[in-house]
Design a protein around this ligand. Structure first.
Ligand SMILES: C[S@@+](CC[C@H](N)C(=O)[O-])C[C@H]1O[C@@H](n2cnc3c(N)ncnc32)[C@H](O)[C@@H]1O
Length: 234
């Protein structure tokens, strides 16, 4: 299976589902995504005045969590206007404008200088870019030496009976429920296909190494429903 990740297509798909994105994440993950997100942010060890980049920030879920850590400043970048508009509404509620910046841009060619950020995070984003290797090199470029990046992404459980049960839920229930609630069946079929089609953890780790990162942690979460990678720029 080859999934079409044409940036125009992906951008307009996220523009369409932006209004129901957060609600659907909570429903489809039964609220568990909050735990995954909190774990990911903790793994970054954000402290002091760190400058943190949330790549493919979407509605700003990770950026807002990072913002709660110490006195850091957070930049969120995404190419979907509507996702960013939702993030902007949430940003206004936090009342921390001086610490949180949103930018429209492409994760593959980011408008930042080399070695700008102390920390970076990408959650449920790397699967969506058209070239994961190019993305990793770009993230490496904008991170400071010794800087850390956390990558949270869906994967597929490998052990039965959980594997079969999950595959049933993931390939039948999610596209149906997601389609009904968002009104966009194609987007939730894309979610299913893009996860099934995505690079498996061992291979992604090798790509991370080739991009110049040391993989300091690579761990399946909830029997492999998601996978957390913590990387350091050597
Ligand atoms: C599944 S959402 C994840 C959003 C958020 N990180 C989260 O954890 O909820 C994927 C996001 O990646 C963004 N995206 C995909 N490819 C991108 C690219 N090349 N540059 C910037 N944003 C991208 C989409 O617009 C979308 O907002």
């Amino acid at each position: 299976m080859t999934v079409d990740k044409n940036p125009k297509l992906i951008g307009s798909m996220f523009d369409r589902i932006a209004p129901s994105y957060d609600t659907l994440n909570t429903i489809l993950s039964l609220g568990i995504d909050r735990l995954w997100r909190a774990k990911t942010i903790r793994s970054l060890d954000i402290h002091g005045n760190h400058l943190v980049l949330d790549i493919a920030t979407g509605t700003g879920e990770m950026a807002l969590r990072a913002l709660g850590r110490d006195n850091c400043r957070v930049v969120g970048i995404d190419f979907s206007w509507n996702m960013l508009a939702r993030a902007r509404v949430k940003q206004a509620r936090q009342n921390r404008d001086a610490h949180f910046f949103l930018i429209r841009g492409d994760a593959l060619v980011m408008p930042f200088g080399d070695m700008t950020f102390d920390r970076a995070v990408i959650s449920f984003g790397v699967r969506n870019v058209i070239d994961a290797g190019m993305f990793l090199s770009e993230a490496w470029r904008v991170l400071k030496k010794g800087g850390r990046m956390a990558v949270l992404e869906f994967s597929l459980p490998e052990v039965n009976p959980f594997k079969n049960l999950y595959l049933l839920y993931f390939s039948k229930v999610i596209p149906f429920l997601g389609g009904v609630i968002s009104g966009d069946f194609a987007a939730y079929r894309y979610l299913r296909d893009s996860v099934i089609d995505f690079i498996p953890p061992r291979e992604l780790e090798r790509m991370m190494g080739r991009a110049g990162f040391a993989v300091v942690l690579s761990r399946p979460i909830l029997f492999g429903v998601t996978h957390l990678y913590v990387l350091e720029k050597k």
